[in-house]
Design a protein around this ligand. Structure first.
Ligand SMILES: *Cc1c(COP(=O)(O)O)cnc(C)c1O
Length: 463
């Protein structure tokens, strides 16, 4: 398998190159040069596999330059950190199936990709005798999942900036109580935008970037998207077996389009089986307008109770655009240029019809989200986190005779305030969140100054 850029400007590269490259060098996103379709016979064989075994089979199709035994080890190690024996259990609650993606170490679905990516980074860096210093900014979920993905790994240090006093107490504790010496939490005296600006500026200093081998773990990394394909196929098997049906739908709470793009790939890999994907958004509804009306135009970012979906520019959208525009890189390049100049893209009736063959979409308000958490709890006794509730609410809007599988992207205990507002009490804490307050914290407070952060990175980087 070779990989190309959505903008057509790189020579085809093998899988391992994509992992360390992140963004393609021409500014595009990396995609495989073909999407393999597996036979009915293969699907039949895959049905009996455990999660890790299935992950190995799916990843093998794409990561064909890593020896099988090595890949198997990387996958097994990644999922051994999960607290549930099935890794991603699928449970039926009332009329809907819930795919629980929150049994990893930070209780959010990002662990599924980042536990794998951390191992993969370490493997490739050791093989190449290289070091890497990961630098990133977070307002919540991504930072802790990235830290847990690389904590204790060889040849990697990680520096995560977050706005001091402005991330949720649980998320801050998840980051700052990690004892590993390769982890550096930087509480910046400023806003999340300041943190992002500092990180961007440091990456733009190409000499500094090179000298300290700076790397990123953002959601556009191809290996991250790929690792997420597995649970769609996994859940599809569980539900068709149980319901004796041939087709399912998924509902996906969406921000950066990474998760749902993985669903789109899964749909193509298994052929028939995933009828459509429901793209669920909160009040930040650019992607819903895109699916329903072909209107992809930027709005203001609104802060909601599902903060990991408070996104206007979806960083993985360009991947789908490539397929929508008939795999023509020149058209993708043109569209992205147009978008960066005008903040809008419009699509033809024919293109909208094509989008609607793969997706359905609804935007769910905060009021509806809270009402969903409350009514779901009342009917089933099950507590949804606010992101999952957006997906469940959109899923119910498009529920027909086919089973609907809603992705549960975070454990409700990560968002106790919203849950309490909906059901009158806080959700129960899982083991991993108990006693966090008492653990020693490791955090460095720094002013929102590029030079101060650079100084700290230079003093603590692996070189
Ligand atoms: C990141 C995240 C999402 C959005 O996923 P995308 O891949 O960005 O679409 C949804 N829910 C939770 C809890 C998240 O952390």
């Amino acid at each position: 398998m070779r990989y190309i850029s959505t903008r057509g400007g790189i020579n085809p590269i093998p899988f391992k190159e994509t992992v360390l490259m992140g963004l393609a060098e021409d500014g595009g996103l990396i995609l495989p040069d073909n999407i393999p379709q597996v036979s009915a016979n293969t699907l039949y064989l895959w049905r009996g596999l455990s999660y890790s075994e299935l992950a190995f089979e799916v990843l093998s199709l794409f990561a064909d330059d890593i020896p099988g035994d090595d890949l198997k080890n990387l996958v097994e190690k990644a999922y051994s950190s999960f607290s549930h024996p099935e890794i991603c259990p699928v449970v039926k609650k009332g009329d809907i199936w819930i795919l629980e993606l929150f049994h990893g170490p930070t209780l959010a679905f990002k662990d599924i990709a980042l536990q794998f990516l951390g191992n993969l980074f370490e493997y490739l860096l050791i093989e190449r005798k290289q070091k890497m210093n990961i630098l990133g900014a977070t307002s919540g979920d991504t930072g802790s999942a990235a830290i847990y993905g690389v904590r204790g790994r060889q040849n990697i240090n990680i520096f995560i900036l977050f706005p001091k006093g402005r991330v949720s107490p649980i998320q801050e504790l998840q980051m700052t109580t990690v004892p590993d010496q390769n982890v550096f939490c930087l509480a910046i005296e400023g806003t999340f935008d300041d943190c992002q600006y500092i990180v961007k500026s440091i990456f733009n200093d190409l000499d500094f970037k090179k000298k300290y081998s700076l790397g990123a773990v953002n959601s556009i990394n191809w290996a991250r998207v790929l690792a997420q394909v597995v649970y769609y196929i996994w859940a599809y098997f569980r539900v068709i077996e149980s319901e004796k049906v041939k087709e399912v739908r998924f509902s996906v709470p969406t921000g950066n389009f990474g998760d749902i793009f993985a669903g789109y790939l899964a749909k193509r890999i298994i052929g028939k089986g995933i009828e459509r994907l429901v793209l669920a958004t909160n009040e930040n509804d650019i992607l819903t307008r895109f699916v329903n009306k072909g209107d992809y135009s930027l709005g203001q970012v609104t802060s909601t109770i599902s903060p990991s979906m408070d996104i206007q520019i979806a960083s993985n959208f360009e991947r789908y655009l490539y397929y929508l525009l008939n795999e023509e890189p020149s058209r993708v390049r043109e569209a992205m240029e147009h978008f960066s100049q005008t903040g809008k893209l419009a699509f033809s009736a024919e293109e909208i019809a094509k989008v609607k063959k793969d997706f359905l979409s609804a935007s769910i308000s905060q009021k509806e989200t809270l009402a969903m958490i409350a009514s779901f709890y009342e009917k089933t006794g099950y507590v949804l986190d606010p992101h999952t509730a957006v997906g469940v609410a959109a899923g119910f809007k498009f529920k027909d005779e086919r089973p609907m599988i809603a992705l549960a992207t975070a454990h409700p205990a990560k968002f106790p305030e919203a849950v309490k507002q909906a059901i009158g009490r806080e959700p129960e804490k899982p083991e991993s969140l108990k006693g966090l307050e008492e653990k020693p914290k490791r955090v460095k407070v720094l002013p929102a100054k590029i030079e101060k952060v650079k100084e700290f990175v230079a003093q603590n980087a692996l070189i």
